[in-house]
Design a protein around this ligand. Structure first.
Ligand SMILES: CC(C)(COP(=O)(O)OP(=O)(O)OC[C@H]1O[C@@H](n2cnc3c(N)ncnc32)[C@H](O)[C@@H]1OP(=O)(O)O)[C@@H](O)C(=O)NCCC(=O)NCCS
Length: 170
């Protein structure tokens, strides 16, 4: 089994769109995502593709694909990017059958390396739903430090919720 973690290409963004649109409302609830806030697929695809073509210094968004034996098994995205300073990351193993087998920690570690390198970051944040155990444990194991738990709307797809704020600095 060969694990590969690399920047996502514009032609792969359907991985993300299909993942969210094929998810049940119950699963989205665990992620802290409000289904009514998912953008229409065509417009969303176009936005992702355009983002992938922008110079790295101007990126508002970047994604990383996680592959096992060249098959995509997950992805990470980063947004709220201040180039040279900070960004926020997200993490997803697509197939439920592949979760909790160690892919997440390893892929998060490698995604973090890519974000720090490409975006010249000083710090990288992640804010999973406080009740979603898997990402919270994964982030800690991958070297993130706990900052706080607070109520917020963490992103444009999310509802108001308790989130745990984690950071990794270099
Ligand atoms: C979060 C996610 C990417 C982690 O990847 P993963 O491959 O499942 O994680 P790993 O197998 O590397 O496990 C990492 C740690 O999390 C723990 N963990 C994973 N899934 C768990 C679960 N369902 N319940 C409790 N702990 C869990 C593991 O036990 C391990 O911790 P430990 O070694 O200290 O025991 C993956 O579970 C996932 O995609 N979940 C659904 C999407 C999601 O919630 N994303 C976060 C949105 S911010």
């Amino acid at each position: 089994m060969t694990l590969t973690v690399r920047e996502m290409t514009g032609s792969e963004v359907d991985l993300i769109i299909e993942y969210f649109f094929q998810s049940t409302p119950e699963y989205l609830e665990i992620l802290g995502v409000d289904p009514s806030r998912l953008p229409a697929p065509d417009g969303w695809r176009e936005r992702f593709r355009r983002a992938c073509e922008q110079p790295i210094e101007q990126r508002g968004w970047i994604a990383v694909t996680w592959l096992s034996d060249n098959q995509p098994i997950g992805f990470s995205t980063a947004d709220k990017i201040a180039y040279g300073e900070h960004a926020n990351m997200h993490l997803h193993v697509i197939d439920p059958g592949r979760r909790n087998q160690g892919y997440g920690v390893e892929c998060v570690r490698r995604s973090v390396d890519i974000y720090f390198d490409r975006l010249q970051l000083k710090r990288l944040f992640c804010e999973p739903n406080a009740f979603n155990v898997a990402p919270n444990r994964t982030l800690q194991k991958a070297g993130f430090k706990y900052l706080k738990t607070h109520m917020t709307v963490p992103g444009p797809l999310n509802y108001h919720q308790a989130v745990t704020r984690w950071v990794i600095e270099r």
